[in-house]
Design a protein around this ligand. Structure first.
Ligand SMILES: C[S@@+](CC[C@H](N)C(=O)[O-])C[C@H]1O[C@@H](n2cnc3c(N)ncnc32)[C@H](O)[C@@H]1O
Length: 269
């Protein structure tokens, strides 16, 4: 695949992404130097990507530099990735998106901006208050109706109807009991007509124990399982941070589980 993500989404979306990044960087850089944000990217990358230790995750957002890195770098990366996944998976249009473990709402907004329904609402749940505040700001920036609320994603009500549910890079942070409850709720959502997308890192260290069981459950429910390596030319602000932090995001990667809701509605693009 040779497509360059986000630049292929049309001028309007590319401008939205650019404007969003400009606003994020302006706000978070107001009180931090570039080097502090760069160190935040490196620290988060180590805790999320290299150490692969979910017990560190609750502390992942405990400093200004790491928070800025999450808001300005990882959230937009997840937005770019999830939006392209949805272009590829082409789900039927939804009236609302539910983002479980939403963080700053990158994945939920990615689905909303990929949807053919302009008024698609976006709702999220997370246990981190700082992230919820960022999610609210992002919702507002994108001009979307919806809310991000404090709560446990494992006990969030099962979605129904024309709903897109996304769980991005969050299921791996749960304990086995929570993950099992989440799976049952997702499957109930599918039975009630929702589309469900689960996104996790391609490396198996965070998912090896539970992914096979989830794959079987999703395939059994009529879904699919995929590995993705999507070439990307990052927007300049992200590229600069990526390089400065010694990372190399020339492609965005993920493993996904996806079940489409049954509908004759138009697909996204
Ligand atoms: C790696 S971040 C991913 C955030 C977002 N989905 C994204 O793709 O950018 C994982 C998120 O899951 C949240 N989380 C983990 N366990 C949770 C739980 N039991 N209930 C609610 N949120 C949870 C964390 O607070 C964090 O914001």
């Amino acid at each position: 695949m040779t497509a360059v993500l986000w630049q292929g989404w049309g001028v309007e979306t590319a401008e939205i992404v650019d404007g969003w990044l400009a606003a994020l960087f302006e706000r978070h850089r107001a009180s931090l130097t570039f080097q502090e944000v760069r160190r935040g990217v490196q620290a988060l990358s180590r805790s999320y990507v290299e150490l692969r230790d979910r017990r560190r995750a609750p502390k992942a957002l405990d400093g200004a530099g790491k928070r800025a890195a999450f808001a300005c770098f990882f959230t937009p990366l997840h937005f770019l990735l999830v939006r392209e996944l949805l272009v590829q998976l082409a789900p039927a249009a939804v009236e609302r998106v539910v983002d479980l473990g939403c963080g700053c709402m990158g994945a939920g907004l990615a689905w909303a901006t990929a949807s053919t329904t302009a008024q698609t609402e976006v709702h999220g749940v997370d246990r981190n208050r700082w992230a919820l505040d960022e999610a609210a700001r992002n919702l507002s920036w994108f001009g979307r109706r919806g809310r991000a609320v404090l709560g446990d994603l494992c006990s969030f009500p099962s979605p129904a109807g024309a709903t897109g549910v996304v769980v991005a890079f969050a299921a791996n942070e749960l304990d086995d009991d929570g993950r099992q409850r989440l799976l049952q709720r997702l499957l109930s959502g599918v039975a009630a007509g929702a589309s469900v997308l689960v996104v996790e890192p391609i490396a198996r260290s965070l998912t090896a124990r539970w992914w096979p069981g989830w794959e079987a459950a999703f395939v059994g429910a009529g879904g699919r399982t995929d590995l993705w390596r999507l070439p990307v030319e990052l927007p300049p602000r992200l590229r600069e941070l990526d390089r400065a932090a010694g990372l190399d995001h020339r492609e965005l990667t993920a493993r996904t589980l996806y079940v489409a809701r049954r509908s004759a509605d138009a697909a996204v693009r």
